[in-house]
Design a protein around this ligand. Structure first.
Ligand code: FPP
Length: 263
């Protein structure tokens, strides 16, 4: 993606335009993962039921998915429902599933228009048949797209994913000597995808909440106080700009002449 293509979609003279012009398109994060948090607090601040926060959060999903695709991000992963979220009240769970189905139905056109491929990561087989049906339609209709991969983490848990991968390793008969980190990665839900370069969490919480535990080993983490229903393209661009200022070392040292002992 180029700056021109992104600007074609941003109102001229807006704060978003100024942010977009500062982005280095040669140094974009290949994979952005987002923990969408703060829907309940957003609703509480407005004296609304919690589910209204989730409803409003759909507008943020819509904005962030299209913004990421136009920016040129290869993979976007949104944490929509964790394996722990089943502990929430039944009505809240039902609303989340209904919102998800409606999102897929209404946004399929946008996904297709933006060449986005849609996929689910998590224990999908434990979801209800109507949800699975809607997900399968989205996956099938977008499978030939070659642009951004959009993962929705649904009934997802990082530890559950590692256990599932270990089970698959055993079922595939991989012998211990052949198993290394690269090989193990082939059995994760995200096989073949780059690890997240940038992990965003909204609503100010400093936790990773069982999200992509294996894959975020070297991710840069950016936390914003903004609650998810208020999160928009502007915040995404701010996160990318902050990421581009980070000094990523992967446990090594910065290769400066002094550090290397070069006179
Ligand atoms: C966290 O807020 C948010 C969730 C558990 C669900 C996020 C889901 C959506 C925005 C809708 C469906 C998603 C897609 C991808 C279509 P919280 O309820 O934990 O907020 P709180 O911490 O303020 O209570």
């Amino acid at each position: 993606m180029s700056l021109e293509q992104l600007l074609a979609w941003i109102p001229p003279g807006s704060p978003d335009e100024a942010l977009a012009r500062r982005v280095n398109f040669d140094q974009l994060p290949a994979h952005i993962a987002i923990i969408m948090d703060g829907n309940g607090r957003w609703a509480a601040q407005r004296h609304l039921p919690r589910v209204e926060g989730h409803r409003a959060g759909i507008d943020s999903v819509r904005d962030v998915v299209e913004s990421s695709a136009r920016l040129g991000i290869d993979v976007l992963t949104l944490y929509a429902f964790s394996v722990e979220n089943w502990k929430r009240p039944r009505t809240e769970i039902n609303t989340l599933m209904t919102l998800l189905k409606r999102y897929l139905r209404l946004e399929l056109g946008t996904l297709l228009k933006n060449n986005i491929r849609f996929q689910v990561i998590g224990r999908g087989d434990e979801l209800s048949p109507d949800v699975r049906h809607e997900l399968e339609i989205g996956i099938r209709q977008t499978e030939a797209n070659s642009g951004m991969l959009f993962n929705i983490a649904l009934n997802y848990g990082g530890r559950a994913e590692i256990v599932d991968a270990a089970r698959r390793v055993i079922a595939a008969g991989v012998c211990a000597d052949d198993l290394d980190e690269r090989k193990f990665g082939e059995f994760l839900y995200t096989a073949g995808q780059p690890d997240p370069d940038l992990l965003i969490r909204t609503s100010g919480e400093m936790r990773v909440s069982n999200f992509l535990l294996w894959q975020i080993a070297y991710s840069e983490i950016w936390v914003t106080e903004t609650l998810w229903p208020d999160f928009r393209r502007r915040h995404l661009l701010e996160a990318v700009l902050a990421y581009q200022k980070r000094d990523r070392r992967y446990g090594g040292i910065k290769p400066s002449p002094i550090a290397l002992g070069v006179k």
